[in-house]
Design a protein. Structure first.
Length: 267
């Protein structure tokens, strides 16, 4: 294999909605997340996230975010697009309330986003080869669709499938790694929810997805993967911590990646 290299940077401006167009470079936020990633979040009247786990209609909602123009465009699969200034939160909330048929608030974070893992809130990591390998477990699903299902932030090229399983150890020991000028600490293999089992465009369930995934993941778990986290095998992709020194640094597509030392798991 070649040198591990950052092949793709992906952010999801509205939590649970579509990814931004691929970025060439991105800055690390104070909370450890990537600029624009999960910057907005939809919540219901009880303050709970509206996401694909609890509302299938999320899958049928397309979104585009233009960071330069400050515009957010939303479109149901069967409807017309509506474009909004991101500062016009009242108009966006009214549109979302109509779409979901319940009151919706659009929360906005600047210095901090709305990460899925509030402890290890850094970017998630997976290799291109892993996306291809896992897509091969299912008929009719390619690597691009698998990426849409799994929703990673950093996709690594030049490595073998499941390379990212080298980036974690145990609940007591973590693994440091460097991407260009940025240092990260690998936390754990990400526990998957129901979202990857569904078509990302329609929300339709893929029959037997979870069962096949669990069986194949156990069969193909590489020798370098620590089994300390595998109370079950519906885990894939790596969550990360971000040391304070990395905040404000910039990731760039093409950055080389180096695995560093093992260290105590962050408190």
């Amino acid at each position: 294999m070649g040198t591990p290299t950052l092949e793709r940077i992906v952010v999801y401006p509205v939590k649970s909605l579509d990814p931004h167009d691929a970025l060439e470079r991105v800055e690390i936020r104070p909370d450890g997340g990537l600029t624009y990633d999960r910057r907005f979040a939809m919540v219901d009247a009880d303050g709970e996230y509206i996401n694909g786990k609890n509302d299938r209609r999320v899958h049928e909602l397309r979104s585009w975010f233009d960071s330069k123009a400050g515009r957010l465009t939303l479109r149901p699969n069967d409807g017309d697009p509506a474009a909004f200034d991101v500062d016009d939160r009242e108009a966006i909330e009214a549109w979302l309330t109509d779409y979901f048929e319940e009151p919706v608030e659009l929360k906005r974070g600047e210095r901090e986003g709305f990460p899925d893992d509030t402890l290890a809130s850094g970017p998630t990591v997976i290799s291109e080869a892993t996306l291809e390998a896992v897509a091969g477990w299912f008929d009719g699903i390619d690597a691009d669709e698998m990426e849409r299902r799994l929703r990673p932030n950093l996709v690594v090229g030049g490595v073998e499938a499941f390379w990212e399983d080298r980036l974690y150890k145990s609940e007591e020991t973590a693994v440091g790694f460097r991407v260009g000028d940025c240092e990260f600490v690998g936390s754990n293999p990400c526990q998957r929810c129901v979202v990857p089992t569904r078509d990302p465009e329609t929300g339709e369930e893929t029959e037997g997805f979870r069962e096949t995934f669990i069986r194949k993941r156990e069969e193909t778990l590489p020798e370098w993967a620590s089994e300390a986290w595998f109370d079950h095998y519906f885990r894939l992709m790596v969550n990360t911590f971000v040391p304070e020194a990395t905040v404000g640094e910039e990731l760039r597509v093409g950055d080389e990646i180096e695995i560093l030392d093992e260290r105590p798991y962050p408190a």
